[in-house]
Write a protein that binds this ligand. Structure first.
Ligand code: NAX
Length: 332
């Protein structure tokens, strides 16, 4: 059997609870790969991970490797092939008597965490490690982590696959087709309400989804907010944030990165811009991505953008630039 080391922060959180069994079940890395899992938590919580590990053992998967828990990020990410950065400090938490509500405060607090995590990853994870940031604000956390890692042979991603899955589901429902008919769903920009889920370049059985649905008023006025605000709608309905679907999206992202992307399709994740589509270099931006047969990840070029798309991409780009500005002292 092959062997792979996977580190997960936020190991005692909600998303991790749905995520962890699927990482060692053979589903994500293949039935021929044994997965060593390192679960990383803050010191106050790390003991709880013993219970999680007991449950993972009790799942009885053939691919279960060595399972460990630590509050030391350096120990956790050493020799990691994949690092899933799920843990972060949520909005609304009280720190030193102050309730953290402002996005700029949230950016700074999480920025400190991602600086240390990035450094450890750059130094100790494998040279070809892949890092997926799930913890919010995901794009800017990834920006800070990647800059702190300062290791260009590693590949950083911020997760937008949950947005892509939501965006596909809404189009499939509207067009009354199976979700499997939908391909090429691109989430442009930030994992935030400014994201642009692109119905014009998404396809339904090979045709533009926008053409199939043929209702621009719905697409531009209803569809976008439905996708952009879906996270909030889940919280309102469930009384807790999306966890199973977020874990599923993380698994989808890992699988998309590990496997060749068929022509006519793409996967959605945010990576450092190389200037494609006029996005300022270095911003962690949601693009249409493809995994080549060589395993290399590339931004798919030549996607046509209409004026509506351009105006939406401008808004999300500006938001990411202002987030970058807010953490400029952490990425110099
Ligand atoms: P939970 O609050 O259930 O769990 C987070 C866990 O992270 C906690 O156990 C906490 O102790 C741990 N943690 C905090 N700081 C840490 C650190 N420095 N090192 C290690 N662990 C640390 O949140 P959960 O529902 O699991 O969500 C996790 C993150 O995912 C949140 O930031 C959330 O906003 C984000 N999401 C991102 C999504 C995306 O599409 N990118 C969608 C879902 C989700 O909202």
């Amino acid at each position: 059997m092959k062997e792979i080391n996977v580190a997960v922060t936020g190991g005692a959180g909600q998303i991790a609870y749905s995520l962890l069994p699927r990482l060692i079940s053979g589903e994500t890395f293949g039935s021929d790969t044994r997965v060593n899992l390192r679960l990383i938590e803050i010191p106050q919580v790390v003991e709880k991970l013993e219970g999680t590990i007991m449950e993972l053992i009790d799942c009885g998967f053939d691919q279960t490797g060595i399972l460990t828990a630590t509050s030391d990020i350096r120990e956790g990410v050493k020799d990691a092939d994949w690092v899933l950065l799920v843990g972060s400090i949520p909005r609304g938490i009280v720190i030193d008597g102050k309730k953290i509500e402002e996005r700029s405060d949230l950016l700074k607090i999480n920025g400190g965490i991602f600086t240390d995590q990035g450094k450890a990853i750059g130094e100790l994870a494998k040279q070809n490690a892949k890092i997926l940031v799930v913890g919010n604000p995901a794009n800017t956390n990834a920006l800070i982590g990647m800059n702190s890692a300062n290791n260009s042979s590693q590949q950083w991603f911020a997760m937008t696959a949950l947005d892509a899955n939501r965006a596909k589901a809404q189009l499939a429902q509207k067009a009354s087709v199976d979700i499997s008919s939908l391909k090429n769903m691109i989430i442009w920009g930030n994992h935030s309400p400014t994201m642009y889920p692109d119905p014009y370049n998404a396809t339904i059985n090979g045709k533009s989804a926008a053409e199939v649905i043929d209702d621009n008023t719905w697409l531009e006025n209803d569809y976008l907010p439905l996708v952009q605000q879906r996270g909030k709608a889940v919280i309102d309905a469930r009384g807790a944030s999306s966890a199973a679907s977020a874990a599923n999206a993380a698994i989808d992202t890992v699988k998309a990165v590990e496997n060749y992307t068929e022509p006519g399709d793409c996967f959605s994740a945010a990576i450092a811009s190389d200037g494609s589509y006029g996005v300022p270099k270095g911003l962690i931006f949601g693009f249409p991505l493809r995994t080549r047969e060589s395993g290399e990840i590339e931004i798919i070029q030549g996607i046509e953008l209409n004026d509506f798309a351009k105006s939406k991409i401008k808004i999300t780009t500006e938001e990411l630039e202002s987030e970058r500005e807010a953490v400029s002292d952490l990425i110099s």
